[in-house]
Design a protein. Structure first.
Length: 322
C-alpha cells in the first residue's frame, strides 16, 4: 500500500528532546563557528569582534528587515522567532557573558544525545495491529456506512466532517529527534521545524548551511550523502545537430525515441552538490502532527539495524548490475 500520509509519535518523546532554548546559539555555529570566529558563508562580519550593542542592533535589524547585506534573508530566518530578550541573551553569550549555557561541552553533549537518540517510529500509530484489525472491513459481518470512506460518519450528516487539525510544532533544528526511515533508503523526513527555512530559492537555501558535509558534524546534523554529489543521468549532448545519449545517437537521424538499449549511465562524481538535489523539500518533507485517515498495512523489507536511521544507497547503487 502506498503511504499517503505520515504521522508522528508525540508527547514525552518531544518534550525529552527539547535540548535547546530559543535563546541558544547552538544553531548559529554551523555558519558562524563555535565561537562566532568565522565569516558566515564568507560574507558576514566576524561577529565575536562586533560590540554587544552592534550585535543586538544587527539581530533586531534582520528581524525588522532594516539591516543586512545580500544574504540578509538567511539571517531573517534565523532571528524570526527570537524575542528582544532572546536577542539580548544571545548577544551577552557571544560576548562571553553568562546566561545561556552554550559552552562547547554542553553543545557537544547535546549533539551526541541527538545522534545517539532512538529514532521516532513514524508509523507506530498508523500501523498499530489493533487499529488495522478494527478497520479491516473484510473481517466484519456487518458494515455500516459510518466506517466506509474517509469521513467516518453517516453519509446523511455534515457535522464533524472536517479533517483533523494539523499542528506544525516540531522543535528547532538541533532539538528534534529524527524519524525512522519509511523504507530502506527512503529520503528521511525533516524532523525539525522549517520555520524561516522554506521556501528554498535560488539565492537562499539555508539547508546547506547546516547539512553540507563540511559543517554537518559540528551542527549535529546528518550530512548530505554522496548520492547528492553524483550525477546519475545519462550524458546527453547535441553533436552535429544530433541528440547523443551516452554515445548513442537518439536524435533525428538516429533511432528516434528508442533509448531502451542505452547502457546504464556512467555515474559522475562531482565536487559540488548536483543541481537536481538543490530543492531539498522536493523529496524531504517537513512533518506535522496529524493522525492518518486510515491505518497502514505497509511493512518495508529489510528495514533493520542502522538502516532505520541511515541510508547506504551510494554503496548499493550498483548492486545486481553487470
Ligand atoms: C545558515 C547560516 C547562518 C546561520 C545558521 C546563522 N547565521 Fe548569522 N549570518 C549569516 C550570514 C550569511 C550573514 C550575513 C548576512 C548579510 O548579508 O547581511 C550573517 C550575519 C549575522 C550577523 C551580523 C554580522 C554582519 O555582517 O553585519 C550577526 C550578529 C549574526 N549573523 C548572528 C547570528 C546568530 C546569533 C545566529 C544564531 C541564532 C546566526 N547568526 C545564525 C549566516 C548564518
Ligand atoms: C540550523 C541548522 C539546520 C538547518 C538550517 C537545517 N537543518 Fe536539517 N537537521 C539539523 C539537525 C541538527 C538535524 C538532526 C535532528 C535535530 O537535532 O534536530 C537535522 C535533521 C534533518 C533531517 C533528518 C536526517 C536523518 O538522518 O533522519 C533532514 C531530512 C533534514 N534535517 C533536512 C533539512 C532540510 C531540507 C533543511 C532546509 C529546509 C534543513 N534540514 C535545515 C540542522 C539543520
Ligand atoms: C530528488 C530527491 C532528493 C532531493 C532533491 C534531495 N534529497 Fe536528500 N535524500 C534523498 C533520498 C532518496 C535519500 C536516501 C538515499 C540516499 O542516501 O541517497 C536522501 C538522503 C538524505 C540524507 C540522509 C543521508 C544519510 O546518510 O542517511 C540527508 C541528510 C539528505 N538527504 C539531505 C538533503 C538535503 C539537505 C537536500 C537539499 C540540498 C536534499 N537532501 C535533496 C532524496 C533527495
Amino acid at each position: 500500500m502506498k503511504r499517503t500520509m505520515k504521522l508522528l509519535a508525540v508527547g514525552s518523546l518531544l518534550a525529552a528532546s527539547a535540548l535547546y532554548g530559543s535563546a541558544s546559539t547552538a544553531a548559529c555555529a554551523g555558519c558562524h563557528g563555535q565561537h562566532f570566529e568565522k565569516k558566515a558563508m564568507g560574507k558576514s562580519k566576524v561577529v565575536k569582534d562586533m560590540s554587544k550593542a552592534d550585535i543586538v542592533a544587527a539581530l533586531k535589524g534582520y528581524k525588522a528587515g532594516t539591516y543586512g547585506g545580500a544574504m540578509k534573508g538567511i539571517m531573517a530566518g534565523q532571528v524570526k522567532a527570537l524575542s528582544d530578550a532572546d536577542i539580548e541573551a544571545i548577544a551577552t553569550t557571544i560576548k562571553g557573558g553568562a546566561g545561556v549555557p552554550t559552552d562547547k561541552a554542553t553543545e557537544h553533549a547535546a549533539a551526541a544525545a541527538v545522534a545517539a537518540a532512538a529514532v521516532i517510529d513514524i508509523n507506530a500509530k498508523a500501523c498499530d495491529p489493533k487499529r488495522i484489525e478494527k478497520e479491516d472491513l473484510g473481517n466484519k459481518k456487518e458494515v455500516d456506512e459510518t466506517v466506509l470512506g474517509l469521513r467516518k460518519t453517516s453519509l446523511f450528516q455534515e457535522d464533524n466532517v472536517a479533517p483533523p487539525a494539523v499542528k506544525n510544532d516540531r522543535p528547532a533544528p538541533g532539538a528534534a529527534q529524527r524519524f525512522e526511515r519509511a523504507y530502506v533508503n527512503a529520503p528521511p523526513m525533516i524532523p525539525h521545524s522549517v520555520e524561516g527555512l522554506l521556501p528554498i530559492t535560488k539565492d537562499n537555501n539555508q539547508c546547506l548551511g547546516c547539512h553540507m558535509p563540511d559543517v554537518a558534524k559540528s551542527m549535529g546534523a546528518t550530512p548530505i550523502p554522496a548520492t547528492h554529489f553524483t550525477n546519475y543521468r545519462p550524458e546527453t549532448v547535441l553533436k552535429n545537430g544530433e541528440l547523443v545519449k551516452e554515445g548513442k545517437v537518439v536524435g533525428l537521424k538516429g533511432d528516434i525515441g528508442n533509448v531502451g538499449d542505452i547502457k546504464l549511465a556512467k555515474k559522475k562524481k562531482l565536487n559540488h552538490l548536483y543541481q537536481g538535489r538543490f530543492n531539498c523539500s522536493q523529496c524531504h518533507a517537513p512533518q506535522a502532527n496529524v493522525d492518518t485517515a486510515v491505518a497502514n498495512t505497509f511493512k518495508p523489507d529489510g528495514l533493520v539495524g542502522d538502516l532505520k536511521a541511515k541510508s547506504n544507497l551510494a554503496d548499493m547503487m550498483d548492486d545486481g548490475v553487470q
